[in-house]
Design a binder for this molecule. Structure first.
Ligand SMILES: C[S@@+](CC[C@H](N)C(=O)[O-])C[C@H]1O[C@@H](n2cnc3c(N)ncnc32)[C@H](O)[C@@H]1O
Length: 283
């Protein structure tokens, strides 16, 4: 009976509308649930410290996106020691996965949630191929502007150029998977995303990610509630096909924060033009 009612196409939107009316209740439940776990408490601590947070959930697993990892691995096959960034690494499984695909990579992995980083170091110690755990550096940070992680111990040694980016010192691949999103947009599907996660924050985040990508490097975006191709940053990139990758389900929101009619998006791996540096294309 209940199952039949849930299959009724009228029921789902009705339930959702009811949910929208109890948004404050949803927020209270989220805080109470967060307080119940160390990762949740870490998230609240990050928020109180003023971190610019996106997706609060820390859900992750090993080898979550094989088609994406395979495409990136193939493109970096001839690099002796590719430099990778896992932005929003949660409890470290993504960084360990990258170390398994690319055993010679130097990997920086950052997350805004301090409890995630504590757990991520344990994850790497347990699961990363030896001696690859030594090549993963974890740090608690809320921006991708973290090449400094690799230069820990050398404060002030900031390789940024006049345009504010890292140029050839940047990463060969920056992974930002299931970070530039908010779970409540999935659940509530509001007509406008402004209150939860406005497009402007997405655009600013990808511009910051772009500054860390070396010319000719890759930016890998999955699980966003926005389309990279709607941003000015995308004009420096071209899309690489990812055979076997499942299209990412919506909802998606446009530059005006309104929900787009498109229900799926299938562009995930973007290669930065080798000839341009930040500042040569109007942002
Ligand atoms: C759903 S997990 C994604 C984990 C992993 N990337 C994956 O795809 O399996 C989202 C993670 O993004 C982190 N996060 C959210 N906003 C962030 C920010 N501004 N800077 C760094 N990490 C952030 C959260 O703490 C959380 O661990």
């Amino acid at each position: 009976m209940v199952a039949a009612r849930l299959r009724d196409p009228v029921m789902i939107p009705a339930l959702r509308n009811r949910l929208k009316r109890v948004v404050p209740l949803v927020a209270v439940v989220r805080v109470v649930r967060a307080l119940a776990t160390p990762l949740g408490r870490g998230w609240l601590r990050a928020g109180r410290a003023g971190a610019g947070l996106f997706q609060p959930a820390t859900v992750t697993r090993l080898d979550r996106h094989p088609p994406l990892f395979a495409v990136v691995t193939a493109r970096l096959a001839d690099r002796a020691a590719p430099r990778l960034l896992s932005f929003g690494c949660s409890t470290g499984e993504e960084a360990v996965t990258l170390a398994r695909y690319l055993p010679h990579a130097r990997i920086d992995a950052i997350d805004a949630n301090p409890a995630c980083i504590v757990r991520a170091r344990h994850t790497a110690a347990r699961l990363a191929p030896r001696p690859a755990s030594g090549r993963i550096d974890f740090a608690c940070a809320d921006t991708p502007d973290a090449l400094v992680v690799r230069r820990q111990g050398a404060p002030g040694n900031d390789a940024r150029n006049d345009a504010g980016d890292y140029g050839a010192e940047g990463y060969d691949a920056v992974f930002c998977l299931s970070v530039l999103r908010h779970g409540d947009l999935d659940v509530l599907r509001p007509e406008a995303c402004t209150g939860l996660l406005p497009f402007a924050r997405f655009a600013a985040a990808v511009a910051a990610l772009d500054r860390c990508v070396a010319p000719g490097g890759m930016l890998i975006l999955w699980g966003c509630h926005f389309r990279f191709t709607d941003t000015a940053t995308a004009s420096r990139y071209r899309v690489i096909a990812t055979p076997g990758a499942r299209p990412q389900p919506g909802p998606f929101y446009g530059p005006d924060d309104r929900m787009l009619p498109e229900g799926a998006y299938a562009a995930f791996v973007f290669v930065k033009d080798a000839a341009v540096t930040a500042g040569t294309i109007a942002a």
